[in-house]
Structures are given as C-alpha cells and as structure tokens.
Design a protein around this ligand. Structure first.
Ligand code: PLP
Ligand code: COI
Length: 340
C-alpha cells in the first residue's frame, strides 16, 4: 500500500481530511447497517439537538503501524464501552460495542494509506462521535442520531513533544460531583475553552482542575488524567468525576506487572503535590507528557525531575506503554486489536 505523501515527522495535533469516514444513522428506534463515506461534511436541521443543546459524545483512540508492519489499534473495546456509558448519561442510543470495534477496523482499513509508518512518531487518530441530528426545540433527547468515525494523522498533542509542561491550578471548576465529568461529552470541552485560552495567555500549558466540591484535591486536566511517582509508587487520582482514562488504567497495569511498582489509585490532596518526584499527564492524545511545574496561585511546585526532560520513571512507563502499542514489547492478552 502506497502511503500518502506527508512529512509525518512534522505533523502536529491538527485535522487533515482523510479518504473515508464511517457513518451510521439511528432512526425509528434502530441503527442502520452503516457505511463508509467520502463526504466529510454533515448536513442537518438548524434545530438539531446537537446544535441547540449540545447532545453529543465522542471517543479518541489511535491506530499504529507496528515494527513488523502490522496495523493495530489499542484497546478499542474500552472506547466502545466508555462511549456506551457516555451515551446513556446523555439519553442517547448506544451504538453496539461489537459494531463500534468493527467500524473502527473498517474505517482504518479504508484509510490505510493515511496510517503513519512505524518510527515516524505520528499515528492515525480515530475519533468516533455521535450526535442528536433531528430538530428539537423543547429540551428533550433527539430521536435521530448519527454515529460517525473520522480519522486524521497526528503528531504530538503538546507542542515541543516531551518538553515538561507547566500546569495552573484552574480558577474554574470542571465537573460537579454528580455531573458529567466521568463521560466524554462535548459539553465538558466547550466549558473548558475559556479557561484554557486564559491559561495559555498567562503562559501555562494546561489547567489542572481541583475537585469542585472542596477545591482541595487534584482531579485532572482538560484533556488528560494526571499521574505521580514517588519512590517506587505510581499514584493516580481516584475520583468519580474524572474521565476514566484508558491510558491511565493501562499504565496502572504496566507499572505493577511490567515495572514492579506499587500502584495507588486514590484521592490526591493539593497539599501532597510537593512531595512527588515526577508528574505527568496521560491520555490517548497526550500519551505521557511530563509535567515540570504546577502553579497554585502564588505557590509554585517544581518537581525534582525538572523542566528539561521526562523523569526517569515516567520515561520507563512511557517506553513500556509505547513499546506495547507499537509491538516491540509483548502486550497483555486482548490489548492489541489487529486491523491488518
Ligand atoms: N481526561 C480527559 C478529560 C480526556 O479528554 C481524555 C482524553 O481522552 C483523557 C482523560 C484520557 O483518556 P484516554 O487515556 O482514554 O484517552
Ligand atoms: C484524547 O486524548 O483522545 C482526547 O480526546 C483528548 C482531547 C482533548 C484531544
């Protein structure tokens, strides 16, 4: 298969239209069989549920070319399950989980020439999403939906690759205790835009949100979970109002079973931050991005791993996880979904 003529190494995290997208319509209480389309534009009512009341959920995962030339996706079954959870919370019909995985396969195969080559540093980002497509004017769920998957080749999410980030303890709240922080809904990202534009203007890379109820505990950033290392312990945030990151859950397993670390998933008080040796953000887009500094008002927490490079244990986690994803290290059963 001839690859697209792209300078893969210089890709950032942006949208490039590829060959095909997948689309399936829910109407009269059922999903149609779905199809691939080369029409990358959506036309719908001006009064569609998504446009008026933001009834939309999404997912994000990646396809990789492995060292031996296979094309694989990383744990798409977990994205399918999480999208089902997100859909139920917004009163949307669930796109069946087995069909989700099948559609991911189909759309990646149809865009094979866009899957970046092994070693290029780029990957094919896969964005499944669903939205209420028919007109609603009273506040209620739509009854026609589109489930679509677009793909686009991407490089690093954070400019500068592995340069450690500076986070700001956000002035705003992300998720209410019994709200929607645990699902992947567009509304969580719409409300983060003002906060991120402000944070960037102040020279920060990202907002780190504290819990909304007490503002004393760490939750997550706008688009990634946060991880910490102290001695041989890997600490992650346990909270019902953060997105259950597939990368984070995978790293917990890698830390324990591949690297022999102790793993703690628990509440992390802001007062504990200064005692950690290393810190990072993790997610599909971010992979693991090291954090060098967290600024909380007038207080600066500088991690001993510094602002020049990834801390040594974060690097081990990164190398092991990406090794598994790219086929250099044997994966746990069921983690790698072969597409070709
Ligand atoms: N938290 C938020 C708010 C996110 O948007 C993402 C991105 O998907 C993550 C965490 C990381 O989740 P995952 O590792 O499943 O990509
Ligand atoms: C992802 O990591 O896939 C995400 O959806 C994060 C997003 C903010 C780009």
């Amino acid at each position: 298969m001839e690859k697209q003529n792209i300078d893969w190494g210089s890709l950032g995290f942006g949208y490039i239209e590829t060959s095909k997208s997948f689309v399936s319509i829910f109407e009269n209480g059922a999903w149609d069989e779905g199809t691939l389309t080369s029409n990358h534009t959506v036309t719908m009512s001006e009064c569609a549920g998504v446009l008026q009341y933001a009834q939309t959920v999404f997912e994000g995962l990646k396809a990789y070319t492995t060292e031996d030339g296979r094309i694989v996706a990383f744990r798409p079954d977990l994205n399918a399950a999480r999208m089902a959870d997100s859909s139920r919370r917004l009163e949307m019909p669930v796109f069946p989980e087995d069909r989700f995985v099948e559609a991911v396969r189909e759309v990646v195969l149809a865009n094979e020439s866009w899957v970046p080559p092994y070693g290029s540093g780029a990957t094919l980002y896969i964005r499944p999403y669903m939205f209420g497509a028919n007109a609603v004017i009273g506040v209620k769920p739509a009854d026609v939906y589109q489930f679509r998957i677009l793909t686009t080749p991407v490089g690093p999410y954070f400019k500068g690759g592995a340069r450690p980030l500076t986070l700001k303890i956000a002035d705003y709240d992300r998720a209410a205790p019994r709200g929607t922080g645990h699902i992947k809904a567009g509304l969580n990202y719409a409300m983060s835009l003002h906060a991120i534009v402000e944070a960037h203007a102040q020279g920060f890379d990202e907002n780190l949100y504290p819990d909304s109820a007490t503002r004393t505990k760490v939750e997550e950033t706008g688009g990634a979970n946060i991880i910490f290392i102290r001695d041989n312990t890997f600490v992650t945030v346990g909270s019902p109002s953060i997105l259950p990151s597939i990368t984070r859950r995978s790293l917990e397993y890698v830390a324990e079973h591949y690297l022999g670390m102790k793993v703690e998933e628990r509440e992390v008080p802001l007062t504990e931050l200064s005692s950690f040796e290393e810190c990072g953000l993790c997610g599909t887009a971010a992979v693991i991005s090291p954090v060098g500094k967290i600024v909380n008002g007038s207080e600066e927490i500088c991690f001993p791993s510094g602002m020049a490079e990834m801390g040594p244990k974060t690097k081990k986690l990164y190398d092991t996880l990406t090794g598994i994803q790219m086929g250099r290290i044997e994966a746990p059963e069921g983690w790698i979904c072969r597409i070709k």
